[in-house]
Design a protein around this ligand. Structure first.
Ligand code: UDP
Length: 405
């Protein structure tokens, strides 16, 4: 039986607000899964890093704490500086773990945490579970290169992990194909969605009035602003629709090395296409407040160029809003094509035009997809994800640990 897990989320606290900077789907994932594991009888301490907003030990529930270790400066670090955290963070985590009892499993989220938990696996003789969320080699295949150190660290972590979790079959195949992961140690556990926060129940007209979007055909984009998220495709889509009633809401803030530049590029694109009255830059919103945006929208577009899952697609559907998404990565699982939304060829706004126009102009079609969206989202839950994970954790206790350098 696995009762206590030390999870590692070094580059960002699960309590940091998602939607800009270092905060995104991974924060939501780590936080939601830790809560659900607690409900399933597994106590989780997430070891994060103290920053200007989060510090100390935060007891989130009876069985889930976030431990913010004081390592490095108390601010977000440039990605290039992340590897400088590995040594001091390992030291701080080692001291904390030695002083605070016995964890049955170390679970790393993302490559940076993987580097640290990998070292501690050997030192503390505990099984290592890894969830990568995104992979350097997959990003570079989509034209977004990361530094070589990251890919090398990922290879080492893959080689030494006792268990790897993939969101989808695609991600499992990437781990096996690109990183030569041992297939017997890869398990697929799709993420969930908070059906209480993201519910279709409510008066859409009230939500639309609250957001000041009455009388518009509302297209929503929600996510961190960075090139791989494809907000530019959403703007080009509005240009191609040539319908003055369409209003695009862009929710989210700049993130990553190219975030600020991308935001300037999007503003320039809006000017260039003469769409100032049809595109609203809303900025990042508090996570649960997004439900109002999803419900107020007629359609949510997810034009990502690469995506390991795409929680936004699931949240929108859970609110009863159809999704038109690029057919890349996890979005192919997150959207039930032609039933909860439509999947289109990646990266070209023209591919989005027909499905989005039909959803905006054909109320019966929209309603049919909206019903399918709620039904599809209902098949994803954090409780199911936690129950599966608890079983996989327990299986580890009966397996020979991976011995590697
Ligand atoms: N999000 C948010 N506020 C915003 C924009 C996004 O809370 O202003 C959240 C959104 O609800 C979702 C997450 O950020 O849970 C984005 O996750 P997704 O998997 O779609 O993308 P990622 O950030 O992992 O690339």
């Amino acid at each position: 039986m696995v009762r206590r897990v030390a999870a590692f989320s070094v580059h960002t606290s699960p309590l940091a607000p998602p939607g800009s900077g270092d905060g995104g789907g991974m924060n939501v994932y780590v936080d939601s899964l830790a809560r659900a594991l607690g409900e399933a009888g597994v106590t989780v301490d997430v070891l994060a890093r103290a920053d200007d907003r989060n510090s100390g030990i935060v007891e989130v529930t009876d069985s889930y704490r976030v431990v913010h270790l004081d390592v490095g400066p108390r601010r977000s670090l440039h990605r290039g500086a992340w590897t400088s955290l590995i040594d001091p963070y390992t030291e701080a985590a080692r001291s904390f773990i030695r002083a605070n009892g016995d964890y049955d499993v170390l679970h790393a989220h993302y490559w940076l945490s993987g580097a640290i938990a990998h070292r501690l696996k050997h030192e503390l003789d505990r099984p290592l579970v890894s969830t990568f969320h995104t992979l350097a080699l997959v990003k570079s295949a989509a034209g977004f290169s990361d530094d070589d150190t990251r890919a090398q660290i990922e290879r080492d972590v893959v080689r030494c992990s006792d268990l790897m979790l993939a969101n989808t079959r695609d991600e499992a195949e990437q781990l096996i194909g690109l990183y030569e992961a041992d297939a017997t140690r890869v398990e697929i556990v799709p993420p969930g969605v908070d059906h209480v926060a993201f519910s279709p129940v409510g008066d859409r007209n009230i939500d639309r009035a609250a957001l000041g979007v009455e009388g518009h055909k509302v297209v929503l984009f929600a996510g961190r602003i960075q090139p791989l998220k494809g907000a530019d495709v959403a703007i080009r889509l509005v240009a191609a629709l040539k319908d003055p009633h369409v209003l695009l809401l862009l929710v989210g803030g700049p993130s990553g090395i190219d975030g600020e530049r991308e935001l300037r590029r999007l503003h320039a694109l809006v000017d260039e296409t003469g769409l100032a009255d049809q595109v609203r830059f809303v900025g990042p919103q508090e996570h649960n407040a997004l439900a109002r945006y999803y419900r107020a929208a007629d359609v949510c577009v997810v034009p990502s160029r690469t995506e390991s899952f795409g929680l936004v697609a699931l949240e929108a559907q859970s609110c009863g809003t159809p999704v038109v998404a690029s057919a890349v990565g996890g979005l192919r699982l997150a959207v039930d094509d032609h039933r909860s939304g439509v999947l289109v060829g990646c990266c070209d706004a023209n591919n989005f035009v027909e499905p989005v126009r039909r959803i905006l102009d054909d109320a019966a079609y929209r309603e049919e997809l909206a019903r399918g969206a709620v039904a599809h989202a209902a098949t994803f839950s954090w409780a199911i994800a936690a129950a599966r994970l608890r079983r996989h954790y327990s299986d580890l206790t009966a397996r020979e640990p991976v011995r590697c350098a």
